[in-house]
Design a protein around this ligand. Structure first.
Ligand code: SF4
Ligand code: SF4
Length: 318
C-alpha cells in the first residue's frame, strides 16, 4: 500500500495521468478499422467540416435543456440505522447524502474525496462501476492508475482511481455541438443520450480521458451466445436504457456521473460503497457538518491537472 512518505509531486502525478490518457487514446486507435484511400479521406474530411457547420447551426437552434430545480428534487428518505457504538463512515455518509436530498438541487454540491494512502489498487471500484452501469468493452468510467515512485528496491507504488472530475469549468461541455452535455446545479456533469450524436468532440476536449465512446460491443460477442446479463438495460440518469437493437447509449459518449441514479434514491455511488480500502468519500460539500466538507479542508490534498483550469470536483488526499 502506498504510504504518505511519497515524494512525488502533483506535477509528476499529472504526468502519470497524461501517459494513461495517451494509452487510452492509442487503445481507441483499435477502432480505426479500415485503411482509407485518398478520395475517401477527402470525402470524410468534407463531411466532418459539414458536420461542424451543421452542428454549430443546430446548437444555435436547440435551446439549453431544462434543468430540474427545487421541490421536485427533494426526497424524504429516512436515515439508515446503525448498530450501537461507533457509526460506520459509510452509514454516516449515506445519512448525510439523504440529508442533502432534502435541499433544492442548487443548494447542494456533490464532492468526491479519494484518499490515495488507503487505496490498495484492487480495482474493485472499476469492476463495481462496470456492473452497476452495464458498461460494454472499451467503456470504463473509473480506471485506477498506478504510479511507481523511486527505483527498486526503494520503490513505492500508489494508486489513483480516476472518475470524471465533474469539473466546474468543464471543457467537454462547451464543445458539444448539440448541447447534449451540461453541468447540473448540484455539480454533476451529465450527458443526454437522446441528444448525443456521438461526434466525440467532448472526448477530445476532456484532458482527463474521462469520456469514452460506446461502440455497441459485447464482452461475449465472439462466443456461441451473447450472455443475457450484457443485454440488461442500464439505469443511468434514472431511465432504462436498452442497448439491444443498437439503442442509446450505443453510439454515444459515456462517462461517470457519480451514480446519479443511486444518489437520488439515497444511496452512495457504487464505487464508494464497494471500496474495500474505505478510500472513497462522497457527500455534499455545501453541508459544513458533512465528512467531505471536513476532508476538503485537509492540507495534504491535490487535484489533477489543475493547470488546465477545469476546476475539478474530485479531491485526492496524498
Ligand atoms: S473530467 Fe472531463 S468529462 Fe468530466 S467534467 Fe471534466 S472535462 Fe468533462
Ligand atoms: S475499490 Fe477502493 S481500494 Fe480498490 S482500487 Fe478502488 S478505490 Fe482503490
Amino acid at each position: 500500500m502506498a504510504k504518505k512518505q511519497s515524494t512525488k509531486s502533483p506535477k509528476q502525478t499529472d504526468e502519470v495521468l497524461r501517459s494513461a490518457v495517451d494509452d487510452n487514446e492509442s487503445s481507441d486507435e483499435a477502432y480505426s478499422l479500415t485503411p482509407i484511400d485518398r478520395k475517401r479521406a477527402i470525402t470524410l474530411i468534407g463531411s466532418a467540416i459539414g458536420l461542424g457547420v451543421m452542428s454549430t447551426v443546430i446548437s444555435r437552434i436547440i435551446p439549453n435543456p431544462a434543468v430540474p430545480k427545487g421541490p421536485i428534487t427533494t426526497h424524504k428518505i429516512p436515515p439508515v440505522q446503525d448498530g450501537a457504538g461507533e457509526v460506520d463512515i459509510l452509514v454516516r455518509m449515506q445519512n448525510e447524502l439523504r440529508r442533502a436530498l432534502f435541499k433544492p438541487m442548487e443548494e447542494r454540491r456533490w464532492l468526491m474525496v479519494i484518499d490515495t494512502r488507503k487505496c490498495v489498487g484492487c480495482h474493485a471500484c472499476t469492476v463495481a462501476c462496470i456492473a452497476e452501469n452495464k458498461l460494454p468493452p472499451g467503456v470504463v468510467y473509473r480506471p485506477v492508475i498506478t504510479e511507481h515512485i523511486g527505483q527498486y528496491p526503494h520503490q513505492i507504488t500508489r494508486f489513483f482511481p480516476r472518475p470524471c472530475m465533474q469539473c466546474n469549468n468543464p471543457s467537454c461541455v462547451s464543445v458539444c455541438p448539440v448541447r447534449a452535455t451540461w453541468k447540473r446545479p448540484d455539480g454533476v456533469v451529465i450527458i443526454d443520450y437522446d441528444r448525443c450524436i456521438g461526434c466525440r468532440y467532448c472526448l477530445t476536449a476532456c484532458p482527463y480521458g474521462a469520456r469514452t465512446s460506446d461502440f455497441g460491443n459485447y464482452y461475449t460477442e465472439h462466443t456461441p451466445e451473447i450472455q443475457p446479463y450484457e443485454k440488461q438495460p442500464s439505469n443511468e440518469y434514472n431511465k432504462s436504457w436498452s442497448r439491444e437493437g443498437h439503442g442509446s447509449p450505443v453510439g454515444n459518449a459515456r462517462k461517470c456521473h457519480f451514480c446519479l441514479h443511486r444518489i437520488e434514491q439515497g444511496l452512495l455511488p457504487q464505487c464508494v460503497s464497494t471500496c474495500i480500502g474505505r478510500a472513497n468519500y462522497f457527500g455534499d460539500a455545501n453541508d459544513a457538518r458533512s465528512l467531505v466538507a471536513e476532508m476538503a479542508k485537509s492540507s495534504n490534498q491535490m487535484k489533477l491537472l489543475e493547470e488546465k483550469g477545469t476546476k475539478p470536483e474530485v479531491i485526492y488526499l496524498v
